[in-house]
Design a protein around this ligand. Structure first.
Ligand SMILES: Nc1ncnc2c1ncn2[C@@H]1O[C@H](COP(=O)(O)OP(=O)(O)OP(=O)(O)O)[C@@H](O)[C@H]1O
Length: 436
């Protein structure tokens, strides 16, 4: 076993972890030939790397009548090899929009993340043929560079934990031959034969024909995928540079800085910018709308583009992505020097240049969204409404409702972060600020 090609491939693939002192691995064990062979190889590698800390996890989706049987099979296999085993049960809530397979996959990755030991790398059994099939499925959907790049060898889960696919360069036939040679039993999922599923159709009907006609078809496709992934990585680097050029500290995009870019470069930048806030990307039509309205329209035109998860708005030469937030709640009768607002931010009252202390008959309150309240700000020519002063200070309209306003009875004495009342100014008074 130790000299077989596939064993050496896995050993080579994991070397960089071992060299960096990472010895803890969890095999995502489905009972299928790929992950069972992977488990066996990892068990073999333990002789060579005694520090290896191995475990295995089976995710029971409860979708097949056989799920329990598969779980028992995985458990028994691990007991034979003295490998720690865990079964995680997940409940798939049927949602209409996504396929049951996609939901099961998502739930599976979540469970693998949640139930695997904290410091372990999760090992997955996907191989070269899975990769080729994924590529062809994406081709059929009309994917671009990123989609055709198919599966990465490493996948980072929501928590930051790594999944790794050490068999990605190994052909299915080799894995099956290995299982046969070393008499490794495994489960066969009958649904894999059903050609109603596109992947099975490609596996059974298409890839064998292509491989018969074109020698080395799978390896050549894998080579193309590798090149596509490299080109995507390169593009990502350039995209990061563009973002750095155009983003301000509020994650708003400077329109002028990107206006001289080509249309495809702007579209790429917009997608990368939106990905900072939302998983749902705009359609091609929405993207064109953003480009024509946001970038090329009159500078002073009001603009709101609704996307799922938020709105794109333009203000003072910048594009903002505005997400729905809970309405700020007033706090009447302030008695403390530290307040927790309903969005979780903390306001504190410090001593210094600010407004005088309230008199005994003055009630302090924090209010929001009082555009018609009047104030004469320090160093401003006269008294006017808050709406006027916000405009004067170029505060984006959607940010105004979140700015805390300090009142003494019904008199506005401070607009936090912006103005203090000239009439209440005191060099040894009080000033309200956000606690960082
Ligand atoms: N029920 C399961 N429990 C634990 N691990 C699993 C389970 N099902 C699949 N895996 C892991 O995922 C690998 C890929 O399996 P499979 O190709 O069936 O999954 P998929 O997620 O639908 O595929 P893909 O991610 O390629 O679209 C397996 O080799 C195994 O490591």
């Amino acid at each position: 076993m130790h000299t077989s090609h596939i064993y050496l491939q896995v050993q080579k693939a994991l070397n960089h972890y071992i060299e960096n002192g990472q010895f803890t691995f969890t095999v995502a064990l489905s009972g299928g030939v790929d992950s069972v062979v992977l488990l066996q190889i990892m068990h073999g590698l333990k002789e060579q790397w005694p520090q290896l800390n191995l475990s295995a996890i089976y995710v029971n989706h409860g979708l097949s009548d056989n799920a329990h049987h598969w779980q028992q099979f995985c458990q028994a296999r691990c007991e034979q090899l003295s490998i720690d085993f865990k079964a995680a049960h997940v409940i798939i809530k049927q949602q209409s929009r996504t396929s049951i397979e996609a939901q099961a996959r998502e739930a599976r990755y979540q469970a693998l993340d949640e139930y695997s030991p904290n410091d372990s790398i999760i090992l997955l059994g996907q191989h070269l043929n899975d990769q080729v099939e994924t590529f062809l499925l994406r081709l059929k959907r009309g994917s671009g560079l990123k989609g055709l790049g198919a599966m990465q060898q490493t996948r980072v889960l929501e928590s930051g934990r790594e999944c790794y696919r050490p068999l990605l360069a190994v052909k299915r036939s080799e894995i099956e031959a290995f299982a046969q040679q070393f008499n490794i039993s495994h489960i066969t999922d009958e649904s894999n034969a059903n050609e109603r599923f596109d992947r099975n159709f490609l596996r059974q009907q298409i890839v064998p024909k292509l491989a018969e006609r074109f020698t080395g078809f799978e390896q050549c496709t894998a080579r193309s995928i590798e090149l596509l992934q490299q080109q995507q990585a390169l593009l990502d680097e350039y995209t990061q540079q563009d973002l750095a050029q155009c983003l301000n500290q509020y994650q708003a995009l400077n329109i002028q800085n990107m206006a001289h870019y080509s249309a495809i470069r702007i579209a790429n930048l917009l997608r990368a910018w939106l990905a900072l806030f939302t998983h749902t990307m705009p359609s091609q039509k929405q993207l064109m709308q953003i480009m024509s309205q946001a970038i090329h329209a009159q500078a002073d035109a009001q603009m709101v583009i609704e996307l799922s998860g938020g709105q794109i708005r333009r203000h003072q030469g910048y594009l903002y992505f505005v997400q729905p937030r809970p309405l700020a709640v007033n706090i009447e009768r302030v008695t403390s020097h530290e307040l927790v607002l309903n969005d979780g931010k903390i306001l504190q009252c410090l001593q210094g240049v600010g407004v005088r202390a309230p008199k005994s008959d003055e009630q302090v309150s924090v209010r929001f969204n009082c555009n018609s309240a009047r104030i004469k700000p320090l160093k401003k020519p006269g008294s006017n409404t808050l709406k006027h002063w916000f405009k004067d200070a170029k505060v984006a309209p959607w940010l105004r409702a979140d700015i805390p306003l300090i009142f003494y009875n019904d008199e506005l004495v401070q607009v936090v972060g912006y103005f203090i009342s000239d009439n209440h100014k005191d060099d040894t008074g009080f000033i309200w600020e956000y606690k960082s």
